[in-house]
Design a protein around this ligand. Structure first.
Ligand code: AMP
Length: 404
C-alpha cells in the first residue's frame, strides 16, 4: 500500500506515524512510533493501528547520539523490517517565519530559509530540521513537505500581528506568530463535518495540553491567538509560565543575575503548572494530589482560560461556540466543567452528563453558546498537507512517484 510518513522531531525524541493511502486517495493511520531517550536511554517503540506492539528496543546511548541518527535508525527499521517505502515525508516544523502561510515542498533553498529562523525557536527548529536534512542527504529524490505551526495564523490582521515595538523589529521578524496552528487547522477543517452549525461562525478553540493556547476562529480562519513571538506567551502550560510582564524577565536578569541560557531553561522548563504547584506539570497528577498548591495551579489555569476567552470574544466581536481539544481539553471533564463556569457570563450552560461522557456537544440544548469537544489530530493534518502537495506535483493518476 502507498503511504505517507509523518515525522515530529523534538530535542530528545523523534515521533513518527505512517498513513496508508487507499485507491480512493483516503488516508488511514497504519502505525505510530517514536525513538525517545536520545542522549540518555534511547528506545524505539512502535505500535500498529490496533495498538499491537511492533517494536520495543533499547539502544546504547552512543548508538543514537542525536535526532538525525534517531531518524535514520527508525527509517531503516521502517524500510527494511516493515517494508514501508513512503511516497513522501511530512514534517512538523514549528516556525515558518513571516512568509510561509502554508506547507511547502522542501529543497535546499527552503532548508536554508528555515535555518535562518532557528534563533526564533532555538529549542525546536534545529531539531525539526535535523531529520529533513538527513533525509535530503540520503534520499534526495524523496519528496518532503514542511508543515508549520505558525502558518495557519499568518492571515491575522496587522493589529493582531504586531507588538508595540519600533517597526523595524517587526520587519526583522519580531511578530505575534501564534502556534499550535496544525491543531487549529485540523479543528477548523473538522467542524464543517461534525458541527456544521458553528463552522462558519465565531468560535474559540482551547487547545489544552502540555502546551496550551487558545485561538479565535472566524469562518474557519484564525483571527487571533494567545501565543505570540514564541510558545511562551498566553496560557500557563505544563512547564511554561504563559503571559508574563517583561519586567519580570528584566528583574531575573538584574536582581538574580540569570544568564540568557538559564532564563531560557527556567521559562521553558520550571514554570507553569510545575512551578506553581511544586508538584507536577501533569494535569492528572495535579488532580490526584491533595496538595493545596496543586489545587491552586489548577485554579490559576482555569482562571487564565476564562480571561483569555474574554479577550478572544472581543477579537471576534461576539461568540457563537466554544471548542475544547488536546490532552486536557479532550479528557478532563472536571477542567472543562470549571472552565465552563467561567464562561457562564458569555452564555455557556454545560450539560454535566454529556460532559462526563466526553460527548461531542457538552452544553445544554438551551445554552446560548454551544460547547464542543473535538479531538485534534495534528499528524493527520500533516499527512493531508503532504498528500495534497504530492498531488500538485503529480496530478491525479500518477501518484506513483516513489523516489526512495
Ligand atoms: P497533550 O500534550 O495534548 O498530550 O496533553 C497532555 C496533558 O493532558 C497532560 O497534562 C495530561 O495530564 C493531560 N491529560 C490527559 N488525560 C487526562 C485526563 N484523563 N484527565 C486530566 N488530564 C489529562
Amino acid at each position: 500500500m502507498d503511504s505517507i510518513l509523518v515525522v515530529n522531531a523534538g530535542s530528545s525524541s523523534v515521533k513518527f506515524q505512517v498513513f496508508g493511502l487507499d485507491s480512493e486517495g483516503r488516508l488511514s493511520r497504519q502505525l505510530k512510533g517514536q525513538m525517545d531517550g536520545i542522549g540518555s536511554r534511547p528506545r524505539l517503540r512502535a505500535s500498529g493501528a490496533s495498538g499491537d506492539t511492533l517494536a520495543d528496543r533499547a539502544y546504547p546511548i552512543e548508538a543514537i547520539p542525536d535526532v538525525a541518527v534517531a531518524m535514520t535508525v527508525a527509517g531503516t527499521w521502517l524500510r527494511e523490517e516493515l517494508r514501508v517505502t513512503p511516497l513522501a515525508v511530512g514534517h512538523r516544523v514549528v516556525h515558518g517565519g513571516p512568509n510561509y502561510d502554508g506547507p511547502v515542498l522542501v529543497d535546499h533553498g527552503v532548508v536554508a530559509r528555515l535555518e535562518r529562523l532557528e534563533p526564533l525557536a532555538p529549542l525546536h527548529q534545529p531539531h525539526n530540521l535535523a531529520p529533513i536534512k538527513s533525509i535530503l542527504a540520503n534520499f534526495p529524490a524523496l519528496p518532503q513537505v514542511a508543515c508549520f505551526d505558525t502558518a495557519f495564523h499568518r492571515g491575522h490582521d496587522a493589529v493582531a500581528d504586531h507588538y508595540a515595538l519600533p517597526y523595524r523589529l517587526h520587519e526583522e521578524g519580531i511578530r505575534r506568530y501564534g502556534f499550535h496552528g496544525l491543531s487549529y487547522e485540523y479543528i477548523a477543517k473538522t467542524l464543517p463535518k461534525v458541527a456544521p452549525e458553528i463552522a462558519d461562525g465565531r468560535v474559540i478553540v482551547a487547545h489544552l495540553g502540555s502546551g496550551a493556547s487558545m485561538c479565535a476562529l472566524h469562518g474557519g480562519r484564525s483571527v487571533e491567538s494567545t501565543l505570540g513571538f514564541t510558545a511562551l506567551d498566553g496560557l500557563p502550560m505544563g512547564t511554561r509560565p504563559g503571559q508574563l510582564d517583561p519586567g519580570v524577565v528584566l528583574y531575573l536578569i538584574s536582581a538574580k543575575g540569570m544568564t540568557p541560557d538559564q532564563l531560557q531553561d527556567f521559562l521553558y522548563r520550571d514554570c507553569g503548572l510545575k512551578g506553581l504547584s511544586g508538584v507536577s506539570n501533569d494535569m492528572r497528577e495535579l488532580q490526584a494530589s491533595g496538595d493545596p498548591r496543586a489545587t491552586f495551579a489548577i485554579d490559576y489555569f482555569v482562571y487564565r482560560i476564562g480571561l483569555y476567552a474574554g479577550m478572544l470574544a472581543a477579537a471576534l466581536q461576539g461568540l457563537d461556540a466554544f471548542v475544547f481539544t488536546a490532552g486536557i481539553g479532550e479528557n478532563s471533564a472536571s477542567t472543562r466543567g470549571r472552565v465552563a463556569e467561567k464562561l457562564e457570563w458569555l452564555g455557556v450552560a454545560l450539560d454535566p452528563l454529556e460532559n462526563a461522557k466526553h460527548a461531542l456537544k457538552i452544553s445544554k440544548p438551551a445554552s446560548r453558546i454551544p460547547v464542543y469537544v473535538v479531538p485534534t489530530d495534528e499528524e493527520r493534518m500533516i499527512a493531508e498537507h503532504t498528500l495534497s502537495l504530492l498531488w500538485k506535483m503529480h496530478p491525479v493518476g500518477s501518484t506513483h512517484a516513489r523516489a526512495s
